[in-house]
Design a protein around this ligand. Sequence first.
Ligand code: EPZ
Length: 418
Amino acid sequence: MKEILVKGGRRLNGEIDISSAKNAVLPIIACSMLCEETCVINKAPLLKDVFVICDVLRSVNSNITIEKDRIVIDNSNLKNIEPDSELVKKMRASFLVMGPMISRFGKFRISLPGGCNIGTRPIDLHLKGFSALGAEIKLGHGYVEVCANKLIGNRIYLDFPSVGATENIMMAAILAEGETTIENAAGEPEIQDLANFLNSMGAKISGAGTDNIKIQGVKKLRGIEYTPIPDRIEAGTYMVGAAITKGKIRINGIKEEHLKPIIAKLRELGVYIESLGDSIIVDGDREFNPIDIKTMPYPGFPTDMQAQMMSLLCTIKGTSLITETIFENRFMHVGELKRMGANIKIDGRCAVIEGVDVLTGCDVKATDLRAGAALIIAALAGEGYTKVGNIYHIERGYVDIDGKFRKLGANIERVEVE
Ligand code: EPZ
């Protein structure tokens, strides 16, 4: 088994390139099932979650080859069979094949996704959308069966601007008859990217990125070649790494627009950030002040950056407050940070953080993807050695995280343990 070993105390310096966004690539790979022609995804991030969703598609006879960072997907011989349930349970995002499958086959049976550490992860809004389009839903024995002779466009209101539900309903409506409107839709950049991919295939989607998305049903889609957007959460993670180590780094290949809430809160805290078009300079050699953060749907502060920011706030004198409004259980990193000497009190969805003079290195364990990244960030500023276990969580969403931090001068390596 592998762990990540960090010796804290080094200021980050230098520059790195950002990979394509995991949360854009996953729905894009799923929606390639909507057409029989070959789709090619360039600059794909070679991550565990990407390999899992490719295997889910392969389990319904998709022919996928991965050559370096280029994924070639041929769905001309897809079979309307049940996707591999072990794979679906392994990763929630596998559920994104539902929309394309209902569109292409009119029916399917799939294992319900497991919850995960950060919450129960229900799918009621996904299913509400499918039934509004005319599908019949049957739940039972850990499976969901969906059947629709014909999908008819409809108006669908999302009680919560769910990213996955917006994506799944959009994909289910693409080939439906007539117009579908998704009200209170999620507006994350990854949804805009999925709409761009689908429109390039010949779909007719407008309003992606706003809370009101319109989809005009079309008859057929064509295969395309596409490069997804850069990963705003990966970029944010390295920005926080520069801040906590009082380093100065340049991050290349970003879309500044997508980083607005992260840039705003880091500037509020005292970090110097200079925009250079598709790169930014982050200089943490400043005096910082405590701030309050509330996670919100885009363009609010992203929940996927909450844990990383908490690590930084632990080292800033004064009292900071984090309110997590998206997931009901996304504070599992708190226990691990307290092992490093952090002073954090949880009250329901709020975490009150009192800055401490120093975080001390020790053995910690990643509990989910972003919590794992937060522990590495804390270790970069920690005194002495920190060993981060369960790094399989981290490998799901970060391309070569130790290599990129090492390139920035961190004393970090991947070690084999019994
Ligand atoms: C996506 O998950 C991301 N994953 C998550 O990133 C991200 O944290 C999340 O959006 C919020 O931004 C991918 O894109 C693959 P949601 P998703 O549906 O779609 C409730 C990471 O670290 N909800 O927007 O599952 C749900 O319980 C991952 O990269 C319902 O109640 O998130 C949650 O409280 C973690 N009913 C809230 O909405 C539903 O039918 C947000 O969930 C669906 C969701």
